[in-house]
Design a protein around this ligand. Structure first.
Ligand SMILES: Cc1ncc(COP(=O)(O)O)c(C=O)c1O
Length: 467
């Protein structure tokens, strides 16, 4: 390692220490404005080189006022995990080593770490041990990868080689999704040549669960190769599609069954929650995130496919210079859309190794308990309504004022909570209503964090009422 790298790292380690020490006490959302950040970070293209330690020091000083404490315990926006201690350090090491996880010969350690982590994840999530696994950037790309495998296999069964012949003139591929499908599934399909208007939406119930009857009707309305996209964990309510019933229907119609389980798939790792994923193991492919509930640093998603040959056929590329090892080890690029990519397996390995089966279960159960605590605290304020059954780590809340517009009051509450900066939550629309989304996904969140955050929300509602 050059001295310059060590000097720059020394600056980074100092800054990391002070950031980590204050991550739960600093305001969750920063005060910097767009203009102030542009001024601090911008300027003309530098002409001359600068010393590495000065570059890193300046970058940290300029960026810090715009850093959101998403790793802190009171960030409840989107579905955002923190980063477990072992994963942060392991991820740093993958940068120090700078290993591309493409081919075994580029990094034997990265290949074997992926192999081991893949087997652990399959075991943890109760998925078939023979499934193939790819380490990607996130669940969106995991959905893409799984659906590429599905496209390959369903068209292959219909006598069409999509990798060779493309989609022009291919048999029509039917795709059925739930009425509350996550937008990343639509995005993934779009990249695979299946337009948003070609997708059939099967009706969902009040919690966002696909209705099996609606799926049966949708599949029965046509013929030919079909893919069904279900979800484990609706992004708003946390609800699960009824996989056992859906799997039977998909099988009867000869359809490929995919599960988007960005965070909800982790319920399968909990004895108390597993019943909600009953039948999930019967699917053909699954997509999830490690940077959500497993609390691995961004970016980290995982795809699992029960048909390794289809997975590999959809992803694998060969070229004379891309040399494969004679012992037939795992060649990481056979399972992902990228060729070169960072060795994400190290951080995933570190997460599972540091938590163990019990630690993962405890993390998932704790977040769900804290979500229920959140809902119970918020219900103490009569003007707050909880819109969802809190079956997982997601809470959907809405302000219902004595008089006036509930949507406007809900948006007002969210803005006030964001300005108070005790915690951070975002908004959404749910069944034509504005709502506040709370997602408890961080390993370091405590009862006290939930109580302080709920108090901040209740205070915002009371301010609105006395305005
Ligand atoms: C159900 C679901 N699927 C897919 C995604 C996309 O995940 P990512 O942004 O990690 O690619 C999300 C993100 O929140 C999600 O909740």
């Amino acid at each position: 390692m050059s001295d310059a790298t060590e000097d720059a790292l020394a600056v980074a380690i100092d800054a990391a220490r002070s950031f980590l020490r204050t991550r739960s006490s600093r305001p969750v959302f920063p005060a910097a404005t767009l203009d102030s950040l542009r001024t601090a970070l911008g300027g003309p293209l530098p002409l001359d080189p600068s010393p590495a330690d000065r570059v890193v020091g300046d970058l940290i000083r300029a960026a810090d006022p715009g850093i959101v404490a998403t790793v802190g315990p009171r960030y409840f926006g989107f579905v955002t995990g923190g980063a477990l201690p072992a994963t942060v350090a392991a991820d740093w090491m993958s940068t120090i080593w700078d290993q591309p996880a493409s081919l075994y010969v580029l990094s034997p350690a990265a290949s074997v770490v992926e192999e081991v982590a893949a087997a652990w994840l399959l075991d943890l999530l109760g998925l078939p041990a023979h499934a193939s696994v790819g380490f990607v950037t996130g669940c969106h790309t995991a959905n893409f990868t799984a659906l590429a495998a599905a496209r390959h296999e369903m068209l292959r069964r219909a006598g069409w080689d999509v990798e060779a012949d493309g989609l022009n003139g291919s048999p029509m591929l039917r795709v059925v999704v739930g009425g509350e499908v996550h937008v990343s599934v639509i995005g993934a399909l779009r990249m695979l040549g299946i337009g948003a208007r070609q997708v059939v939406r099967a009706e969902a119930d009040a919690q966002g669960r696909m209705l099996p009857r609606a799926l049966d009707e949708a599949l029965g309305a046509g013929s030919g190769p079909a893919i069904v996209c279900t979800q484990a964990g609706n992004v708003n309510t946390g609800a699960f599609d009824p996989f056992d019933e859906i799997a039977a229907i998909a099988r009867r119609h000869g359809a490929w069954l995919h599960v988007d389980g960005a965070f909800g798939l982790w319920a399968a790792a909990s004895g108390a929650l597993r019943h909600q994923t009953r039948g999930v193991e019967l699917a053909d492919s699954w997509a999830t995130d490690a940077h959500k509930w497993l609390n691995v640093p961004y970016d980290s998603g995982v795809v699992f496919v029960a048909h390794p040959a289809a997975h590999r056929a959809a992803m694998s590329l060969t070229a004379a210079y891309l040399v494969r090892s004679p012992d037939e080890p795992r060649e990481p690029m056979d399972w992902t859309p990228e060729s070169s990519r960072r060795a994400r397996g190290f951080a995933v390995y570190a997460a599972v190794r540091s938590l163990g089966r019990r630690g993962v279960e405890d993390l998932v159960d704790r977040c769900c308990r804290l979500a229920r605590r959140f809902a119970d605290r918020l219900r103490q304020e009569p003007r707050i309504q909880i819109l969802n059954d809190v079956v997982l780590n997601q809470v959907l809340a809405r302000v219902v004022p004595a008089a006036g517009d509930a949507d406007a009051a809900t948006r007002d509450m969210i803005a006030r909570v964001q300005q108070a900066r005790v915690c951070w939550v975002g908004g959404t629309r749910w069944h034509d209503m504005d709502a506040m989304r709370i997602s408890v996904s961080n390993w370091s969140t405590t009862d006290e964090d939930v109580d302080r955050s709920a108090d901040s929300m209740i205070a915002a509602v009371r301010e609105i009422a006395t305005r």
